[in-house]
Design a binder for this molecule. Sequence first.
Ligand SMILES: [Zn+2]
Length: 135
Amino acid sequence: MTDHVSQAKRSMIMRSVRAKHSSPELAVRKIIFALGYRYRLHGANLPGKPDIVFPGKKKVIFIHGCFWHAHGCPKGKPPKSNLSFWLPKFEKNKTRDTENVNSIISLGWKPLVIWQCEIKNKDVLIEKIRVFLDN
Ligand SMILES: [Zn+2]
């Protein structure tokens, strides 16, 4: 596989991603746009309403906040108190996420899940998105 994103372009992408808006979804959208892909937002007619949709490729991207989707990473640790309230909520979210991904696959679409904490490591994230969209 050839790496068609040059070093210069990569740092350009990273600079543009670091600019003001820092919401995870916006950061991912900027990377995708800079890589030259065009997308649609919020596939309302697909299970789980994926954040980013590539209709021609039949691919979707879910961007998950680590807290609400219970990633288990440092950003996604459950709160220390009120666990009897939070844990069932997190379990429910996780179950729903899994169901959505399975439904997407069974409809013939390919999903990619990007976690909020992955946004920090731009190089790795850019590569992950590129490989997902190229293949
Ligand atoms: Zn995380």
